[in-house]
Design a protein around this ligand. Sequence first.
Ligand code: TRP
Length: 508
Amino acid sequence: MNGRDIWSNRTAFVLASIGSAIGLGNLWRFPYVCYEFGGGAFLFAYLICLVVAGIPLLMLEFALGKRMDQAAPGAFAAIHSRLEWFGWFAVGVGFIICSYYSAIMSYCVNYFGFSFSLAWGEDPTHFFEREVLDQTNDASQPWQLGSFRWQIFVGLLISWAMILFCVWKGAKTVGKVVWITVLGPWALLLLFVIRGVTLKGAAEGLAFYFTPQWEVLWNFNPSPGEIGAHGLWLAAISQVFFSLTVGFGVMIAYGSFMDDKTCIVRNSWIIGLGDALTAIVGGMAVFGALGHKALVTGKPLQEVVSSGPGLTFATYPEIINGLPYPVFFGILFFLMLSLLAIDSAFSLVEALSTAVRDKFGFSHQKANIIVAVCGLFFGLPYMFGVGIHWLDIVDHFMNFVGLSIVVLGTCLIVGWYKRPSEMRQFINEKSKGQIGVWWDIRIKYFIPAAILYMLGFEIYERVDGPYGEFHSRSQELLFGWGVLLFILVVGLVLAALRKRLPTNPPPS
Ligand code: TRP
């Protein structure tokens, strides 16, 4: 068993996986992407992608980890020795995500601080973005970095300290911490939803959220400025993977910690549905608040706030302002958001440091520190005034391109190189509930074909025009393609660096 920890019990495994899945992806990313891609249409596409691709892939990752008894690089190396780099690439994408994820955690920590004095004021719209927009919105100005924001940097340090604290003792601690970081927040979330949907004007926001505009779902030939179906479906499927933490090697590592009696099929459904439910319920609070904002400002719903990563940080304070004891609920809410984020971030740190440990024989502690210090370092660009825009670019490329490549590769490797029926049999052996041949078809044909098609279109679009608010090629090259290339090269180097150590427990 590789000397690795096994979850102390089955509930701990499920909770840790749910903890990894539920996080800022649900309460920060889901609402703003949903807003950007037309509300109801996106929600519909999201649910389809969850059932058709997300949950089956979750089963696949658990099974791969359990079967190979390794973190991602080792698991892929066990399939074929030439594939180790691919596992590193997957955790590499996760690592880059983790580095900006911790920057968003820092916003949560800062907002936690703001709560004490309700520092966002009467109109919380883009409180933390104002400085950036003022500095950079003028297109005639040469491009500016903005100032280094120490406050956010301190938040980043606090976030990494919390993450390290939680991973310190490995799977056993994780199993305990998640009780607090998963179950606690739900109660508070419900309260926020009730407040959000009872705000005056909320109904309009909810209608936007729940009414799919069917045309958008197959609008494969959009006119400029319109939402196209390719973009929408790619956004939906990558949000599903992002939210489930599928495609980062995390669930592979967690699968390798799983005990023999854990039912893969049932747990994948529990985790998948629990995660989606959190996003959808959380979205109700956000869209309720947006509807309220539309009423107050007299603007159409699509224009009340500029879409993008700052959106959710504008809506929650709106709800908090409308609650009876705003200071109290503000503090509680941002504490909850930080807690939700920690277990997602530490799942990646755990997955990556397990891989580093397996490869180089470092102690768990040392591997954790290396990962954390690198993560902190890569988070530094987001500390500048303009950071949120860089974050937007990195987020787009990591999820639309990097993640798609990982999932595509995983499907091709398992579907075509290894026989999927063999994998399915393994999953069924480890499960009470059984999956049928449909699973093979999805892994082998459907998911790769769909991703290939959408990815092709995304690349074509990027040839047409760069991504991001500033439409700048150089930034896209650096923060988009450059980062992807960097992960690829690091993956190749790590895979080539040294023969894998025999997978014995490292001396401690
Ligand atoms: N699943 C996490 C969430 O919903 C987000 C996430 C996905 C993540 N991959 C990650 C976080 C890698 C850190 C590192 O919040």
